[in-house]
Design a protein around this ligand. Sequence first.
Ligand SMILES: [Cu+2]
Length: 159
Amino acid sequence: MHVELYERIWMWAAGALVVVFIGVVVTTAAMGAIQPPSHIETVNPAALDQHPEFAAPDVKTNADGSLTVAVVAAMFSFTPDPIEVPAGRPVTFRLTSSDVIHGFHVVGTNANAMAVPGYVSQFTVTFTTPGEYPIACHEYCGVMHHMMVGKLIVKAVER
Ligand SMILES: [Cu+2]
């Protein structure tokens, strides 16, 4: 079968791009740079008030000194608010929403996730710099979206 030269060049170029893209995904995944959603945990958004963790979301200190923070986002606030954690310790956030999709971004840090009704979003971050950080909702969630701000207080650890 005869294939024009330019056609052949573009076919090989497209094939090479596919190989490069797959290589990038495999390499970064193998080196830990990609963390795809690994923990698909569902929750009934209509029954959060009876949920053992999300009925009264709060900051809990684990036996190893790390912390787990359950957060419920709802129009137009985060609970708990403010969230107080110590600096220098791993903090695992577990987020969900009771109504619509919200965002959860601790401004100035890489703590950033979506709070999706029906699902638990989990990520772990260690805050090293004490201070007060605003928590912004970054998914448009309704007329008062721009007022949906929480606060994270990172306390200096006493020595
Ligand atoms: Cu919002």
